[in-house]
Structures are given as structure tokens and as C-alpha cells.
Design a protein around this ligand. Structure first.
Ligand code: NAD
Ligand code: ZN
Ligand code: ZN
Length: 383
């Protein structure tokens, strides 16, 4: 079947909407008709090469490059067809996509940590992990998909392990945004840092992921949530969803945190800027108190190795520096849970959708993100 999809054809090339060919779903696979796709920064990391497979991984799949690749990993849609041996899904089901598949049986899934499922190893590039053959083709060559998804496509073929069934009454628009960025940020605060009532939280980078972290901190009962973003517009938006204080300046934020806590500093610092670099860790730790949890959520370029860190203070302040993938909680638990909070009016999502685009406008959406015009851009497939 021929469908339109937004592709990146080579390193640093723009997103282009082109016609691709997709095959019928094989065993354990499903065809989804996309309703909405969110525009997370991670797709940009793929386009710029921050996210890249090693030559060994490329060789394993017979690939010479990560490109062409269908972009997009946030999304929600309606199941159109199911392949053989699919038991949990039927045509007509509403689903959200998860950039981390969960098999349910590996060591990590069996111990309740589906966000660490071993299937995650196939999400950089390559064919369907169902049977290691390709379902997506562009001009006769196999086509990679962002994290085994590629949600910037009218229809996608995915393994059932990458899908989360949602209530048919739930908002597909909200589900698309919750499917990665909001869940990751929310989980960074609630599930990873385990923010407790009365704590002081700093969120650095108030884009889509940061907006999830700010709201997670608010709902966990933080007494103060300080948003730091280089864009004034993001800081202002953050103040409408739960940030109690905001600034565009790191030094000003450091003084603000010191003042707010009588010099004790913040209990939790969450790093959600567009790109994580080694020079951001030390200033983030400096904003942390004794016993602080510092959460590195943002993605760094794959070759980034050097980090500036005051190791003496890390130890003597008893601080914890932690990473997180998907906010350290099972996607199948988090997405329905956050959709419920959205339906109850406790989690704000509509306020974060700054611009909506057609599939043809994905490149424009990422230019708007780069220019600081988007908290979250959304592809609406009905446009
Ligand atoms: N760990 C995970 O599982 C996971 C999941 C999703 C996204 N991510 C990553 O999280 C990061 C944030 O994603 P997003 O979609 O919200 O990105 P975004 O670009 O929408 O938001 C990032 C925000 O950070 C601000 N910013 C950038 N550099 C800054 C700096 N030095 N100081 C202050 N503010 C700064 C930007 O103005 C922007 O508002 C990205 O790196 C993304 O790839 C990680
Ligand atoms: Zn994402
Ligand atoms: Zn698993």
C-alpha cells in the first residue's frame, strides 16, 4: 500500500514528505491509521546525528546509514488491520505508541521495569524485530523508522509490543503527547526523582518534556517549582501549568533557588533542555541541596563523554545523579494513568500545543521548535 510519510533522507537533511510503500502486517504486527503525532526533540537528535547507531549495529542489519528514516515516535491512532498471532488488539482499537516496546517476558519486563525491555535494543534502526524483515520501503530501498515507529506517516506497521491500548473515549490528541514527552517528564519528577510534598524542584528546559516534569512536580505536592528556560515565552507558559517561579538565566535561577530555600538549595533538579551537554551537569548539581536528586532526562550527542562534575561535593553532599528513560516507569502503566489525569483536568495538555501542522509541514514544525515558537507542535493527519 502507498502512503505519505515525512522522511529524513540523509544526515542533517530536512524532513520531506514523500510517498512510501508499506506491506501487510506479519505475525505479531498491526497496521495503525495515524490520528496525531507529537513533535518531540528526539526526532531532531536523529536528524542531526546526536542519535546514531554504531557501524557494528548498522552492519548487523545490512545498512550503510541511519537514513532514509521515517520520523516521529509520539503518536496515537486507530488500528486498521492486525496480522496473524496478534491477540491483544483488534481493528478499531484506539492506541498510543511507545518508543520503548515491552515484550512482557524479558528480565526487565518480568520485574515490572518495561521501560527497560530488552527489545529496546532494536529501536535505533533496522527492520521489524518481529521477524527481521522490512515492511517500509522508499524508492525500492528499506526504510528505517524512528524507534521502530515512524509516526510521521499516514499509516504505520508496528509490532504489538510497541502499542498501548487506550480508552476509546480518551482524547487521541492528548494521548499522542502523553505517549513520550509528557510521560517522560512527568515520570522524571514522580517516578524517578520521587518528588515528595513540600520539596523544591528545579526544571531546566521547559519544552514538552519539561512541561511534563513541571506538572509531575506540582501534582506530587512540591512547594516550589522553578522553571529555567532560555526562552522567555517558555518560562511564561511554564508559569501557567504549575511553575511557581521562572527565569531565562542560569545565574539568576541559582540565586532564586538559594533565596527560596534559605541557602539549603533544591531537593530535585531535572535536566530537560533540548540537548544535554557535559557542561550542564555541574551547575545543575550546584542548585541541588545535600541529598539532592539530579535527573538527566535530556539526550546528549552519542559521542559526548566529558562531563564537568564537582566529585568532592557530589560525595560530601550525598547527592544522587541519575539517568532516566521514559521517566523510569512502564509505558503501559503511565500512558493510561496520565490520560485519566488529563480527563480529570489535573494534567494540562491542550495548553502545551502551540501549533498544529499537516504532514507536509513537519519541517516547518521543527523550524518553529528551533526558533522557540513551539512548546509542542502536533501533526494532525486530518489536516
Ligand atoms: N530520557 C528520555 O527517555 C527522553 C524522552 C523524550 C525526550 N528526551 C529528550 O529530552 C530533551 C527535551 O525534549 P523536548 O522535546 O522537551 O525538547 P524541546 O526542544 O521542546 O525543549 C527543550 C527546552 O530547553 C530549552 N533549552 C535548551 N537549551 C537550554 C539551556 N542550555 N538552558 C536553558 N534552557 C534550554 C529550550 O528553549 C526548550 O524550551 C531532548 O533532549 C529530548 O531528546 C528524552
Ligand atoms: Zn520523545
Ligand atoms: Zn521485555
Amino acid at each position: 500500500m502507498k502512503v505519505r510519510a515525512s522522511l529524513c533522507l540523509g544526515l542533517a537533511q530536512p524532513w520531506e514528505t514523500r510517498e512510501i510503500e508499506i506491506d501487510e502486517p506479519h505475525a505479531h504486527e498491526v497496521t495503525v491509521s495515524m490520528s496525531y503525532a507529537g513533535m518531540c526533540h528526539s526526532d531532531e537528535h536523529l536528524r542531526t546525528g546526536d542519535i546514531a547507531a554504531t557501524p557494528e549495529i548498522l552492519e548487523m542489519f545490512g545498512l550503510s546509514s541511519m537514513f532514509p528514516v521515517i520520523g516521529g515516535h509520539e503518536g496515537a491512532g486507530i488500528i486498521e488491520a492486525v496480522g496473524p498471532e496478534v491477540s491483544g488488539f483488534a481493528p478499531g482499537d484506539h492506541v498510543a505508541m511507545s518508543f520503548i516496546p515491552s515484550c512482557g517476558t524479558c528480565h526487565w519486563c518480568a520485574s515490572g521495569r518495561q521501560h527497560l525491555c530488552d527489545l529496546g535494543m532494536y529501536t535505533l534502526c533496522g527492520p521489524m524485530f518481529s521477524d527481521f524483515t522490512w515492511r517500509h520501503h522508499f524508492e525500492g530501498t528499506p526504510c528505517n523508522r524512528m524507534t521502530q515507529l515512524g509516526t510521521f506517516s499516514e499509516k504505520i506497521v508496528v509490532n504489538e509490543a510497541s502499542l498501548i491500548k487506550i480508552d476509546p473515549e480518551a482524547s487521541l490528541k492528548a494521548a499522542a503527547l502523553i505517549s513520550c514527552g509528557i510521560s517522560t517528564g512527568f515520570g522524571s519528577a514522580v517516578d524517578r526523582a520521587k518528588v515528595a510534598p513540600g520539596e523544591v524542584v528545579v526544571v531546566i528546559g521547559a519544552g514538552g518534556v519539561g512541561s511534563g516534569a513541571i506538572q509531575g512536580a506540582r501534582l506530587a505536592g512540591a512547594s516550589a517549582v522553578v522553571a529555567l528556560d532560555r526562552d522567555q515565552f517558555k518560562v511564561e507558559r511554564a508559569m501557567t501549568i504549575g511553575a511557581t517561579h521562572g527565569s531565562t538565566d542560569w545565574l539568576e535561577t541559582a540565586f532564586l533557588v538559594a533565596e527560596l530555600t534559605q541557602g539549603r538549595q533544591a531537593d530535585v533538579v531535572i535536566l530537560t533542555p533540548s540537548v544535554l551537554t557535559g557542561d550542564l551537569i555541574a551547575p545543575a548539581c550546584q542548585m541541588g541541596s545535600k541529598d539532592a536528586r539530579i535527573v538527566a532526562t535530556a539526550i546528549a550527542p552519542v559521542a559526548q563523554r566529558d562531563v564537568q562534575l564537582d566529585l568532592f561535593t557530589l560525595a560530601m553532599y550525598n547527592q544522587t545523579l541519575m539517568g532516566t528513560v521514559f521517566g523510569s516507569v512502564s509505558p503501559k502503566l503511565q500512558v493510561p494513568r496520565l490520560l485519566k489525569l488529563y480527563a480529570e483536568g489535573k494534567l494540562l495538555i491542550d495548553e502545551l500545543i502551540t501549533n498544529e501542522y499537516s504532514l507536509e509541514e513537519v519541517q516547518q514544525g521543527y523550524e518553529d521548535l528551533e526558533a522557540g515558537r513551539n512548546v509542542r507542535g502536533l501533526v494532525d493527519f486530518s489536516r
